[in-house]
Design a protein around this ligand. Sequence first.
Ligand SMILES: [Cu+2]
Length: 198
Amino acid sequence: MSAPVRRGRLIAALVGAVTLLLGSVVAVVAGSGALGDSAAPSAYAMVRGLTSDSSTRVPELPGTVVNVSLGNMGGAMMGGRSGMGGEAMFLSVDRSAVPAGTVSFVATNIGSIDHELVVLPLADGVAPGSRSIGPDNKVDETASLGEASNSGGAGAGEGITPGASGWVRLTLAPGRYELVCNIAGHYADGMYTVLTVG
Ligand SMILES: [Cu+2]
């Protein structure tokens, strides 16, 4: 047996091994893809939310900027309701007190369902979270000073989608304010916090 023949068989064996290896990698990728589509919708929504987050460009906003995080635990499978006695959703701020004047709110949805930010006055001595909830599962927002509910834009809209941000610029007098999400059921599930303006 000559050397070239031996080398030829070796190459053939290597090509065969590589082909088998590639085949199994493709099978593994295809398998995990099918699993991801059918068995893990919340994980898919989370990844989609994280990737679309970077596509929201928030412009330079005037005054004191308050960053608001809107979110919910449990993902899409929870269907937007906790079923565990509330507090399954949250609305949090990066600062709880700001000077009076121009205040810009940037609301970012880090959850898996739509949310919004509504700014309401809060009377002295009244605890946040104590508003009465109507038959539509919302609180009265007729006294609203403004809202960020526009995905990737300013002001009012149809709700901020997962991963997106909305913003609103307000002029606030000294006092207490309650920041809420007034999508049906969300206030009852814990989406409120206090902002003190002074
Ligand atoms: Cu909400």
